[in-house]
Design a protein around this ligand. Structure first.
Ligand code: GDP
Ligand code: IMO
Ligand code: MG
Length: 427
């Protein structure tokens, strides 16, 4: 087997522009595969002015030559999936024989969403700031042997039996939170309809992808969330519930690790975070507001304003190391135009001593003092730049400084959300 598998992952706290780069790279892919997370993800692609916000279906579906696969590591909200299928059908995007769902995927059920929200409300100001999509509870059920999968949905009697059993137990828990219980009969009717929409796409995706590997097909793995939200490597509990590092392609889609060639880390030219948790380079001032407005930093999934800060290279360096990132796709550098000076975090200090990101828990990350490098900004609108030399000198220096600090090649610089707005440095 050749190393024909590439993976794209986020290097920060999500929303780096992964969807936008997957759309670009999927031109050269035979398969695009999601392997983790659920519809907490929101991957935006803009084609000919039309916006496609993908939550579950791999973003590569817009490339007519690629097949799109939802691997077993993904958790599925069937209502969201049905809506996405409808959006694509309305646009006459072919799905038959090119979209596949693993029967091993766990289902996000109404009680997962209710529990997610109930826990958040109960935690008050200590809440995580989840997307409220039931992600923590569904993965919790998965690893405690209480999950229900597409497998059961296929065998309807099993689904009815398991759903009724679990929903009765979850209703007891919901009662203790004094929130509305699940109407089991009504939900079963809903799932019976949704089942019919989904079943045509369900298959053994392991066999499908094994076949693709044997035929040396090019496989692009679409990571959701980002390394700093990885359930093991985040500042737990300010995390998401799945592993987001490239190793998850093995557990989340059955792709052997040694088939992995390229690992592209997507990095925004500054930093954003949605929800709670530490954010050492956060800007709570006019500069932060300006970046939020210019960068349209409002969540694709929840519409929440994203928290904004300077680029944190100490954290991105960690992401590169833990993920074996071989190249970086840099996005949204156009958003920084017009700022006189740009600051970049290059290290942390705690009580006067240097401390690496990996040694910090959420308490330490809240307390660290960031060491900054200040670089001069630029005023020009750079969305028309297509060659590196089209960028203002100070912008070129910003990119080069980051590349040198991380020791990883920046292979794509995205200068706008539209398909064609990027500088290709791959050759
Ligand atoms: P993802 O979750 O990593 O796929 O990212 P999102 O789609 O949630 O958020 C990225 C947002 O930035 C989307 O609205 C994109 O259309 C937009 N975007 C992506 N790349 C660029 C870029 O280079 N410049 C600008 N201005 N916007 C971009
Ligand atoms: P994409 O793929 C940004 C964040 C939530 C919250 C934490 C836990 O679009 O980059 P969860 O609902 O997963 O239990 O929430 O993780 N989060 C994301 N933030 N982009 C995402 O996905 C995210 N997925 C989860 O905001 O802080
Ligand atoms: Mg997103």
């Amino acid at each position: 087997m050749k190393n024909n598998v590439s993976v794209i992952i986020g290097t920060q706290w999500g929303d780096e522009g992964k969807g936008r780069l997957i759309d670009l790279l999927s031109k050269n892919a035979d398969f695009v595969v999601r392997f983790n997370g659920g519809n907490n993800a929101g991957h935006t692609i803009i084609v000919d002015g039309k916006k496609y916000p993908f939550h579950l279906i791999p973003s590569g579906i817009l490339n007519p030559k690629a097949k799109a696969v939802i691997g077993n590591g993904v958790v599925l909200d069937l209502e969201v999936l049905a809506q996405e299928l409808k959006m694509l059908e309305e646009d006459r995007i072919k799905l038959k024989d090119r979209f596949f769902i693993s029967d091993r995927c766990h289902l996000i059920l109404p009680y997962h969403k209710a529990l997610d929200q109930a826990y958040e409300n109960a935690k008050g100001d200590k809440k995580i700031g989840t997307t409220g999509r039931g992600i923590g509870p569904v993965y919790g059920d998965k690893v405690s042997y209480n999950g229900i999968r597409v497998y059961e949905l296929v065998r309807w009697d099993l689904f009815v039996e398991k759903f009724t059993f679990q929903a009765n137990i979850k209703n007891e828990i919901l009662k203790t939170f004094t929130v509305a219980e699940i109407d089991i009969k009504k939900e079963l009717e809903k799932f019976k309809k949704l089942r019919n929409i989904i079943l045509p796409y369900v298959t053994d995706t392991f066999q499908l992808l094994q076949g693709a590997l044997k035929e040396n097909k090019r496989i692009l793995m679409e990571g959701a969330q980002a390394v700093l939200l990885d359930v093991d490597f985040s500042a737990y509990p300010f995390t998401t519930a799945s592993n987001t590092v490239p190793g998850a392609i093995n557990t989340g889609a059955g792709i052997p690790a040694q088939t992995l060639g390229k690992v592209m880390g997507v990095m925004k030219a500054y930093t954003t975070r949605v929800g709670g948790g530490p954010f050492p380079t956060e800007l709570i001032d006019n500069v932060g507001d300006q970046i939020r407005e210019t960068g349209k930093e409002f969540g694709t999934t929840t519409g929440r304003p994203r928290r904004v800060g300077w680029l944190d290279l100490e954290a991105v360096k960690f992401s590169c190391e833990v993920s074996g990132i071989t190249e970086i796709g840099m996005t949204k550098i156009d958003v920084l135009s017009g700022l006189k000076n740009l600051k970049v975090g290059i290290g942390y200090k705690l009580n006067g001593k240097s401390i690496p990101y990996s040694s910090c828990g959420y308490k330490e990350l809240d307390e660290v003092k960031v060491t900054y490098k200040t670089l001069p900004g630029w005023n020009e609108d750079i969305r028309g730049a297509r060659k590196f030399s089209d960028l203002p000198k100070t912008c070129q220096e910003y990119v080069k400084f980051i590349e040198k600090f991380l020791g990883v090649k920046i292979s794509i610089v995205s200068v706008g959300p539209q398909r064609e707005e990027f500088i290709d440095l791959r050759k």
